[in-house]
Design a protein around this ligand. Structure first.
Ligand code: BG6
Length: 300
């Protein structure tokens, strides 16, 4: 792992970006520019927080989140890659792939002329990752942190055969109260309801929450909006390179079993994930690439 001094020398930018470490040896990028503030764990390329200047945070991070090598963090923007959900055949492989729990490296940083900060990270391939994914598919995350947040996950196939990838930006959004928010943009779509036996249903109107919700919306390509009257804001989710969206809230019982969601944490978060999930996996030909891109912004 590159030490923090080296990272600061190579990628630090005054009035934009610096690196710190904690007692567990986890390394973080701290971004503060005139447009926004954000924190990123280098492990997992995991964006933990993002708040445009003058706003309450848009991304939710559990007060009980654990930060340790090899562990996933509850909240932020976990990266699911190179599969989404359970592995299609290997039950011992981790749910949502391994990208969120392995070391990544910083490969670039920049300040934009608009005042935003860019940082790019690449997953470090190791014997352990090769054991689960023996394909030559470097993956990078490019983040732009300003008054909007842009995340682009790029998978390149440098091998000789096609590969099938599932992925997601599994974003936890901060909300006033799950019982009072609505998710718009999914009306009329079919979804796989994963609560209980998997069932295909059709969305009518806005998505509202009154119990555990775990759904894969199919053919979801339009913007989603989280309408939050309590915080008097709407979060707009734009995306490309994704034809499915997952909407998830564990509700109280599952949250209590998870142990890292915090007291009543489930009330304060909703995941609206831009995914390539279920049948919406991506085939990448040799020499080809796949880009999963999202842009989050706040409207008042
Ligand atoms: C969602 C899945 O994407 O992630 C849920 O649809 C899952 O089924 C949730 O429970 C959280 O997953 P994890 O592995 O971070 O606990």
């Amino acid at each position: 792992m590159t030490d923090v001094t080296t990272l600061n020398n190579r990628f630090g930018i005054q009035d934009h970006l610096s690196f710190t470490t904690d007692a567990n040896g986890m390394v973080y990028a701290q971004i503060k520019n005139r447009l926004a503030e954000a924190h990123i764990a280098v492990q997992g390329a995991h964006l933990l927080t993002w708040a445009p200047t003058g706003q309450v945070p848009v991304i939710w991070l559990s007060e009980a989140a654990k930060f340790a090598p090899g562990k996933s963090v509850r909240g932020g923007v976990p990266i699911c890659w190179p599969w989404f959900g359970p592995h299609p055949s290997q039950t011992s492989f981790p749910a949502h792939g391994y990208a969120r729990t392995v070391p990544w490296e910083v490969i670039a940083s920049a300040a934009t002329k608009e005042g935003a900060t860019r940082i790019s990270l690449r997953l470090i391939v190791s014997e352990a990752t090769r054991a689960q994914w023996p394909h030559a598919t470097p993956v990078e995350l490019h983040l732009t942190i300003g008054n909007a947040l842009e995340c682009e996950l790029i998978t390149r196939n440098q091998g000789q055969t096609a590969v099938t990838v599932g992925d997601a930006l599994h974003t936890y959004f901060a909300i006033s109260d799950i019982r009072n928010v609505e998710v718009l943009g999914l009306d009329g779509l079919e979804y796989l309801d994963k609560v209980g036996p998997s069932t295909l249903r059709k969305q009518q109107g806005a998505v509202r929450f009154a119990s555990e919700t775990d759904r894969i919306y199919l053919e979801s390509v339009d913007d989603c909006i989280i309408a939050d009257p309590g915080l008097k804001r709407r979060i707009r989710i734009q995306k490309r390179g994704s034809r499915s969206s997952v909407v998830w809230n564990p509700w109280i019982e599952k949250a209590n079993k998870m142990g890292d969601l915090g007291d009543a944490g489930y009330l304060k978060m909703v995941c609206v994930e831009s995914t390539n999930a279920a049948a919406d996996v991506v085939n990448i030909a040799p020499g080809g690439e796949h880009r999963l891109w999202v842009r989050y912004s706040v409207e008042q």
